[in-house]
Design a protein around this ligand. Structure first.
Ligand SMILES: *[C@@H]1O[C@H](CO)[C@@H](O)[C@H](O)[C@H]1NC(C)=O
Ligand SMILES: *[C@@H]1O[C@H](CO)[C@@H](O)[C@H](O)[C@H]1NC(C)=O
Length: 464
């Protein structure tokens, strides 16, 4: 984190190009200020290609790439129009709409091309071409450009609307002053060797960050990481030590702890009393991962995990908001909303939530699928005496239960760690393979108390 910060400061002071290979910009919240300004010395374009990769869950309008000149605010703009559910390409202030398959909560490669001679523009979504449409012809994009990620310009370098801001992750931004061939676009999409942008090049990027935009390592899927680790023949020493440590710890403090492997809690009715209180093995968390599996048919708001401290009743809370169809983690009483998730009723879901106080970023993994990384709260830890409850939501420390937010259904495999799990560890949890159990809450050695009607039963496995 520190290292990246230094890089960013250097880049903004000296405008020395930075190699951002393997990195991404994270835009963690909706604002009308946070942006990245991309710098180029070119100022006359008779043709353009822009390619980028983005990951968002925004169901509203948002900008992907905004280039203005003094004469034209939308001189080259790629914009998601949520009302009409299409993607707009603007050049020289003229706009056309493309009806494209733009998926939420997954990485998409977007390339836009235009040339002044024919006036034709085209968008490529994950390597699939749109029709070519006429936008504007006969005049170049000319004049000092201001190129922004994160905000859409309604004036040259300004006029930002928070309702059009980008929230999510963005990577691999390139711009060329010519139209790429379909083969070159295919190579870009497949992350093969392609000719990097001659106007903007992700491997030598001149940029300035304004407000809260983070540079982070691009999250790899677990299989990518495993093959990379295999290539480098990394030693598994670390893992061995970890497991050994856990093995040593268990017998020492085994009194009163139950191994719930293969078991589940059943919350069989709607009440404002029934709950399970979990005792954590430690307090004070500057970062955290909570994973659990749950099964419900509730078509109303409900709680999944509630941790309060004496200072914050929602210090770490995971909540389903049924009206907005959102998973809502709360950290230090700050709520983050994730819509459009695959949270179906009447089936088991694995939900893992991570947060760390240095970046303040939250992420939710549902059945192993990562969300956007969003900002909740940074700078201070979750500290003080904690009360952790399953089944009820705490509106005060250890109480304030609302029957209409109670959980009804089954819950299993609850673990909590005082660090952020890697995508590989999360995948292992989801797949029920060998993973390092929680060092704060461990389903295999759980310290808990049941209040009112909650049952422990064998987890049902389906009959094959
Ligand atoms: C943004 O959208 C919200 C909700 O639709 C609205 O209340 C608010 O006025 C909008 N803000 C601006 C600056 O347009
Ligand atoms: C719970 O919801 C029901 C039905 O919507 C409502 O009648 C009742 O007042 C609610 N109870 C509380 C405690 O909010």
């Amino acid at each position: 984190m520190m290292f990246f910060l230094v890089l960013v400061i250097l880049a903004s002071c000296t405008a020395a190009p930075t190699d951002l290979t393997g990195k991404m910009f994270t835009f963690p919240q909706a604002t009308d200020t946070a942006r990245v300004k991309l710098l180029t010395l070119k100022n006359d374009f008779k043709a353009v290609t822009v390619c980028l990769r983005s990951f968002t869950d925004l169901r509203r309008d948002h900008t992907l790439f905004s280039l203005s000149t003094p004469s034209s605010h939308n001189d080259f703009l790629i914009f998601k129009d949520a009302t009409n559910n299409d993607v707009e390409l603007c050049t020289r202030d003229a706009e056309v709409d493309f009806n494209l398959d733009y998926k939420l909560s997954s990485w998409s490669s977007v390339c836009g091309t235009w040339d002044a001679a024919s006036g034709l523009g085209q968008l490529w979504m994950d390597g699939k071409p749109s029709v070519k449409k006429f936008i504007s012809s006969n005049s170049n994009i000319r004049g000092t450009p201001i190129i922004l990620l994160g905000q859409e310009q309604d004036s040259h370098g300004g006029g930002f609307d928070p309702n059009q801001s980008f929230v999510g992750m963005m990577s691999d931004v390139h711009m060329w002053d010519y139209v790429l061939s379909s083969c070159e676009i295919r190579k870009y999409v497949d992350e093969l060797n392609f000719t990097p942008g001659n106007v903007l090049n992700w491997k030598e990027l001149d940029f300035q960050i304004v407000d809260r935009v983070l540079i982070e390592d691009k999250q790899k899927t677990c299989s990518d990481q495993l093959s990379a680790a295999h290539k480098h023949r990394q030693s598994p020493d670390m893992d061995f030590k970890m497991e050994f440590f856990v093995l040593m710890m268990l017998p020492a403090c085994a009194a009163g702890l139950q191994d719930l492997s293969g078991k589940m809690f059943i919350f069989p009715q709607k009440t404002n009393k029934a709950h399970v209180r979990l005792t954590a093995s430690k307090q004070d968390f500057s970062s955290v991962t909570v994973c659990h599996r749950s099964f419900t048919d509730l078509r109303r708001d409900h709680i999944l995990f509630s941790l309060s401290t004496s200072s914050n009743s929602n210090d770490l809370l995971i909540f389903w908001d049924d009206k907005n169809k959102e998973i809502e983690p709360h950290i230090r009483d700050q709520k983050v909303e994730y819509g459009g998730q695959e949270y179906k009723l009447n089936m088991w879901h694995s939900v893992c939530t991570t947060w760390d106080s240095s970046s303040g970023l939250v992420q939710v993994w549902i059945d192993g699928q990562p969300s956007v990384r969003k900002y909740s709260s940074s700078g201070s830890s979750i500290s003080g005496s904690t009360i952790i409850i399953l089944g009820q939501e705490q509106d005060s420390h250890g109480g304030g239960f609302d029957i209409n937010q109670s959980f009804v259904g089954m819950m299993s495999d609850v673990h909590m760690w005082d660090y952020v799990l890697s995508s590989c560890e999360i995948q292992k949890y989801v797949d029920e393979l060998n993973f390092t159990p929680g060092n704060v809450l461990n389903w295999k050695a759980l310290d808990f108390q049941i209040v009112d009607r909650v049952l422990i039963e064998e987890k049902q496995s389906s009959c094959h």
